[in-house]
Design a protein. Structure first.
Length: 240
């Protein structure tokens, strides 16, 4: 099956609509929750969640890649290569997630600590809504004293959070459903669906991943392997 540039544009248009839908859903949910007395602590410059691993689908990464200027792109390239080299010594998912805390903040933050690609930020970022102060978004819970952890857990609104986290469960679930719909669309038209680390995907797209995807699954798998990113912690859905 020949994949065309028009198919890529269709993926991008679907993602744009999904992001708009989730944005409206988040705003409505937050307004209702605050009206009922609940507290949401997300805001401009609140960046501790930006030290988490961000994974997304190919189409959302393509939208980000097309928006970058050269300075932004260079930061992403540096981040992706560094992560590729560091992850060689990582054996499991928890260690991989902790690695991101050690690496620092997302390379897409600007000098003021705000998202430089905010209009096209991925669904996974849009869906991460905090019911606790931002300090908890940057906390390493493995290092907390037992009494601190118990106090944190006791203060959670279990009706709405994805326990034991302090993030809103229903919005994360909605984001995941939309991501899966985008993946299904890519599988239908491309025969496979790539999902993985945002920085890695953007870096590879800048180096020719989109063109490899248009050539087919064999070319895509070869391109990713030659670049050294054929690691399931970084990318999934890579064709065999």
């Amino acid at each position: 099956m020949m994949v065309t540039g028009e198919m890529l544009n269709q993926l991008l248009e679907q993602v744009k609509q999904q992001q708009m839908f989730l944005e409206m859903l988040v705003r409505s949910w937050v307004d209702d929750y605050r009206a009922s007395g609940g507290s949401i602590h997300c805001g401009k410059g609140c960046r501790n969640c930006c030290s988490l691993a961000v994974h997304t689908g190919f189409a959302e990464a393509l939208a980000v890649a097309r928006r970058l200027n050269e300075a932004q792109a260079e930061k992403v390239d540096s981040y992706a290569v560094r992560l590729r080299d560091l992850v060689k010594n990582v054996s499991d998912l928890p260690q991989y997630l902790r690695l991101h805390r050690q690496m620092g903040f997302c390379p897409l933050l600007d000098d003021e600590g705000t998202c430089s690609v905010y209009p096209v930020r991925p669904l996974t970022c849009r869906a991460l809504i905090s019911t606790r102060e931002s300090v908890w978004c940057g906390a390493d819970f493995s290092t907390l004293a037992p009494e601190e952890r118990e106090a944190f857990l006791a203060g959670l609104d279990r009706k709405v959070v994805a326990f034991p986290s302090h993030y809103v469960a229903t919005l994360q679930e909605s984001g995941k459903e939309l991501e899966e719909a985008a993946a299904q669309h890519m599988r239908l038209h491309f025969g496979f669906a790539l999902y993985g680390n945002l920085g890695v995907l953007v870096h590879l797209i800048r180096k020719g991943l989109a063109e490899a995807c248009q050539e087919g699954p064999v070319a895509t798998a070869r391109f990713i392997a030659q670049a050294g990113f054929d690691n399931p912690l970084l990318l999934t859905g890579v064709p065999d």
